[in-house]
Write a protein that binds this ligand. Structure first.
Ligand SMILES: [Zn+2]
Ligand SMILES: [Zn+2]
Length: 313
């Protein structure tokens, strides 16, 4: 018997797309076992995930669950629910890229939350092996959003999580990116050019005119390297009016801790992003409870009804 509330365990399975019935089965089974969630998921659950992405999410989140410090914090934050002052989510992936569900189902969920807006920010990833959304598909998606927009008072922001390439170019040309309501920029890349290169590309994104939010700013860079260049980052971010994302993905909690700890009170703008790849994952906006009290709410994009104006400040 694990003798603990399995709320987080169940939530993670639901995010990975496991059916309600199977979740109950697994919760009982897991409770009576002696294994870690990582071991359990690998052996018993992962085959039930519908897509490769959900399999990966399950395994990544299982590891987080096995860390008692993170698990307790997640449980506490989830119990508080999404703070009522949060007006929307800036980072969502649908099945136009590697998300699992249709755009409509995210919109519906956001309406249920009472959000004012949601941003559709699928991956470009043109030059990273698997094209997820090239510029033609992106233009199509924007038309599609315009159609959906007619049927809902929820504002659907047209966005994209644009990748920066090794040579410093972005996946789409500027004139395409300018058609979006705003752009998230991200360093992903799968090659191992090291932190130096990742940091150089981060600075390219910060200085790019059309990029507004820097998604998961510590990706491939890490805290120590970032900290060594902290003053440079603060200066560039302010000069270029960029917003740094506080990622709500469970295995980025420590990165987000780092950002908040080192940048709070410095006049830097932040946004919370769930980086959802499944509709259920939108509920992880509740993880914003982990940092909200440490930040000045005037600095957080999600607290604004008109975030596009906030971005330009
Ligand atoms: Zn990303
Ligand atoms: Zn993303």
């Amino acid at each position: 018997m694990k003798g603990e509330d399995l709320k987080v365990f169940k939530l993670f399975l639901e995010i990975a797309g496991i059916s309600k019935e199977r979740i109950e089965f697994h919760a009982k089974n897991f409770e009576n076992s002696n294994v870690t969630m990582e071991e359990y998921s690998q052996k018993m659950v992962v085959e039930e995930c519908e897509t490769l992405f959900l399999k990966r999410i399950l395994m990544r989140f299982s590891k987080v669950y096995d860390d008692p410090f993170l698990r307790k914090r997640i449980q506490g934050a989830i119990e508080k629910g999404i703070p009522p002052a949060i007006k929307g989510d800036f980072h969502v992936h649908t099945n136009w890229s590697d998300g699992t569900y249709e755009l409509e189902s995210y919109v519906k969920k956001a309406e249920e939350f009472g959000y004012k807006y949601i941003s559709v920010s699928d991956h470009s990833l043109v030059n990273k092996g698997t094209v997820q959304m090239d510029e033609r598909k992106f233009l199509k998606q924007m038309e599609y959003v315009d159609e959906l927009q007619k049927n809902t008072p929820l504002r659907i922001f047209k966005s994209v999580e644009i990748d920066v390439n090794e040579d410093g170019t972005l996946d789409y040309p500027t004139e395409i990116l300018e058609k979006a309501d705003f752009v998230l920029g991200a360093v992903h890349f799968d090659y191992s050019k090291g932190k130096e290169k990742a940091f150089e590309l981060l600075k390219v994104l910060i200085q790019n005119k059309v990029v507004k939010i820097i998604a998961h700013p510590l990706n491939k860079i890490g805290g120590d390297f970032f900290k060594a260049h902290l003053e440079e980052v603060v200066q560039l971010v302010k000069e270029n009016k960029k917003v740094l994302e506080i990622s709500l993905v469970p295995d980025r909690i420590r990165e987000s801790d780092f950002l908040v700890e080192n940048l709070k009170g410095r006049g830097v703008k932040f946004s919370f992003g769930s980086d959802s790849h499944s509709v259920k994952q939108l509920e992880l906006m509740a993880l914003s409870n982990l940092w909200i009290n440490e930040l000045n709410t005037n600095d957080i994009a999600n607290f604004y009804e008109e975030p596009l104006e906030f971005f330009e400040r």
